[in-house]
Design a protein around this ligand. Structure first.
Ligand code: CA
Length: 224
């Protein structure tokens, strides 16, 4: 899952980026509202974390621009101020949730997970299951036929993305958009390499891979 963070405080931004990357998210960071807007138009994000007080364009303005464009991306607003008025204003501008600084990083992670749930996914919020594969998003553990397998962060992020889209064909560029960040080189064969790593770990004992190659189109996770 790919997240955009718009935050001008350097220390806060690097703390959040580092923490999210450790959790396996792909993260881009913008240091002002205008840059944030530019990134929103350029890339496909699964979630936006937005600071309220930003140079060049405020978090409120950016949030309302995102909503006016009818972009259906969950927005989590951050602010140093804990006033009810700000909270209501933020929610009125289309923010989906609100977190007051300072916050515990675990709380930020829990809110991100909640916002990334698809409607109707409430029961399965923490566990993804498909055939013989079970993924716990909270502890970031994976079991294949009941045996736990160790995945790297990127392998985990790739598996999560494919399983959330199971039954659908996903293109390499969609995978790059949601699993890697701005520094991804689209000319490299990184995605294919990671797909193969993943297959080796999850296809144990199967004659057909859980991840189908759709020639000229991309990949499809088998819907089981
Ligand atoms: Ca700020």
């Amino acid at each position: 899952m790919r997240i955009l963070l718009v935050e001008d405080e350097v220390k806060m931004a690097s703390f959040i980026v580092r923490g999210l990357k450790e959790e396996g998210y792909a993260v881009d960071a913008a240091e002002d509202g205008e840059k944030g807007w530019e990134y929103v138009l350029l890339n496909e994000y699964d979630l936006i974390i937005l600071d309220l007080n930003l140079p060049k364009m405020s978090g409120m303005t950016l949030c309302s621009k995102i909503r006016k464009k009818e972009l259906n991306i969950p927005v989590l607003m951050l602010t140093a101020r804990d006033s009810l008025e700000d909270k209501i204003k933020g929610l009125d501008q289309g923010a989906d949730d609100y977190l007051t600084k300072p916050f515990a990083f675990d709380e930020l992670l829990a809110r991100i997970r909640a916002l990334l749930r698809r409607p109707g996914d409430l029961q399965k919020a923490v566990i993804l299951e498909s055939g013989h594969i079970k993924v716990d998003l909270l502890s970031r553990r994976v079991w294949v036929q009941g045996d736990e397998v160790g995945l790297s962060q990127k392998e985990f992020a790739l598996l999560e993305f494919l399983m959330r889209k199971k039954g659908e064909v996903v293109t390499r560029s969609q995978i790059a958009e949601h699993v890697w960040d701005l520094h991804f080189d689209p000319m490299s064969n990184t995605i294919d390499v990671y797909i193969n790593f993943l297959r080796k770990k999850i296809d144990k004992g199967r004659s057909q891979s859980m991840i189908e190659t759709m020639r000229g189109a991309g990949y499809r996770f088998i819907n089981q």
